[in-house]
Design a binder for this molecule. Structure first.
Ligand SMILES: *Cc1c(COP(=O)(O)O)cnc(C)c1O
Length: 465
């Protein structure tokens, strides 16, 4: 399996190389040259298997010879052993045709753990084999950072630096990043928003000298291995509800488009997915794009769903690549327009292709709070604000297509966003027992200017080799 860049100007890589590299040198994102298809009876055969065995069968065709079968099974088993639920990704029924897929039973209580825990295992195995070290730098809107820190803390051969927007993450999110004690973990509070952090990260990757000097690696959702790990729960949930014999739709609270793009990959692999519904908060650039055909920035406004306060939705580039018939030059042109003019127009052909897979909807702050309250009242579920956005948009879509089962992704545990949940319901969701003392642990972080040279200097200085 070869991996190619969405901008068509970087060398083809193996799975392992693409995983260790993150962003391609032409600024693009790595994607598999071909998405392997599973036959309906192979998919039907997933029924009754463990999460881990399904994960092995779904991901195996993508990894080439990176790991042999026994080794890969072992890495998967280790990745999910720390999850607080045997099913790993259990389903809950909201009503007759609407289900919630709970993705928050991992160590940091958000879906990011599914990919990050596995990446932690795969990085360690790969680095041990090659004898290399890497410096992982990540930008986070809140949940990726803690998931990465949890996955890499204390691992040999790795330093991990996480840039988060100072003052724009929840207290729980911040403490999950600033309280781990491992010396290889560095939390950087950047004076800016998430898009600033992500822009600095992309600049570091474009700075070839720095990139080589520190052996830069990325575990943001631009990393293909993360998208791949997220493909698995589309299969486990759809099969539990009757696939491949019955189609399902998914509604996905979306920011950087990684999670929902994993759904697209599942569909391309042969999983019968009717619609992939993009759910955004009031930072609704993706919903606006689906409605208007124009992707245009207008500034990010903080919300009670901070993990979706994003305007440069990195993985949307992967969707655009498919919508343009894998024409890397066309995608490179759009990304140049985005950089230079703050937006781009999607061609009619590409819009038709996107509309064949994706629907979209938005929940503003009032709708988000109202959905948190209503979900508790009528469905007896306490949900996080991101999940509430999914439920709001998923309900609206399900009303239009009542014959298809809708699965909404519950992306985080409500206790990660206690203020928003309490404001909506009067109930302050408690942290699970294993992290009940989070607010007593001492914090350790460094405030850094939103400036490339300064950030690079801090990373050079603090890394352990
Ligand atoms: C990261 C995140 C999202 C958005 O996921 P993307 O893959 O960036 O679209 C939604 N909800 C929560 C809780 C998250 O942490």
């Amino acid at each position: 399996m070869r991996y190619i860049s969405t901008r068509g100007g970087a060398p083809e890589l193996s799975f392992e190389e693409a995983m260790m590299t993150g962003l391609a040198r032409d600024g693009g994102l790595y994607v598999p040259a071909e998405i392997p298809r599973l036959a309906p009876d192979e998919i039907a055969g997933f029924a009754g298997l463990s999460y881990e065995e399904t994960a092995f069968r779904v991901m195996r065709p993508f990894i080439g010879d990176a790991f042999d079968d026994a080794n890969f099974r072992d890495l998967i088993a280790r990745a999910y052993a720390s999850f607080g639920h045997d099913a790993r990704a259990p389903l809950k029924q909201l009503d007759k045709t609407h289900f919630l897929l709970e993705l928050f039973h991992g160590p940091t209580l958000a879906f990011k753990d599914f990919a990050m825990q596995l990446i932690g295992q795969m990085f360690e195995a790969s680095l041990a084999r090659s004898g290399r070290r890497v410096t992982i730098v990540g930008a986070t809107s809140g949940d990726t950072g803690s998931a990465a820190i949890e996955a890499f803390a204390g691992r040999e051969r790795v330093d991990v630096f996480i840039m988060y927007p100072d003052g724009r993450v929840s207290d729980v999110q911040r403490r999950q990043m600033t309280t781990p004690t491992a010396a290889n973990v560095h939390a950087l509070a950047v004076a800016g928003d998430f898009d600033d952090c992500q822009a600095r990260l992309k600049e570091m990757f474009a700075d070839g000298d720095f990139r080589d000097e520190v052996s830069l690696a990325a575990v943001n959702s631009i990393n293909w291995a993360r998208v791949l790990a997220q493909v698995v729960y589309y299969f486990t949930s759809a099969v539990a509800l009757g696939a491949p014999h019955r189609p399902v739709s998914f509604c996905v609270p979306t920011g950087n488009f990684g999670d929902i793009f994993a759904g697209f990959v599942a569909k391309e692999m042969g999983l019968p997915i009717d619609r992939l519904v993009i759910a955004t908060n009031h930072n609704d650039i993706l919903d606006r794009t689906m409605r208007s055909g124009a992707y245009r920035k207008r500034g990010v406004t903080p919300s009670i769903s901070p993990s979706m306060d994003i305007e440069v939705s990195s993985n949307f580039e992967r969707a655009l690549f498919w919508a343009h018939g894998k024409d890397g030059a066309a995608v490179a042109g759009l990304m140049k327009d985005l950089r230079e003019t703050g937006g781009f127009a999607v061609s009619d052909n590409a819009m038709t292709d996107l509309a064949a897979h994706y629907d979209s909807g938005m929940a503003d702050e009032a709708a988000t709070s109202a959905t948190i309250a209503a979900t508790l009242k009528t469905r007896a579920e306490l949900v996080c604000p991101h999940t509430a956005i999914g439920i709001h948009v998923g309900d609206a879509h399900a009303a239009k297509a009542p014959e298809v089962t809708m699965i909404t992704l519950a992306t985080a545990h409500p206790a990660k966003f206690p203020d928003a949940v309490e404001a909506a319901t009067g109930i302050r969701p408690p942290l699970p027992p294993r992290m009940a003392d989070l607010f007593e642990r001492p914090e350790r972080f460094e405030q850094v200017e939103n400036d490339l040279a300064t950030l690079e200097a801090v990373i050079r200085e603090r890394r352990s080799v």
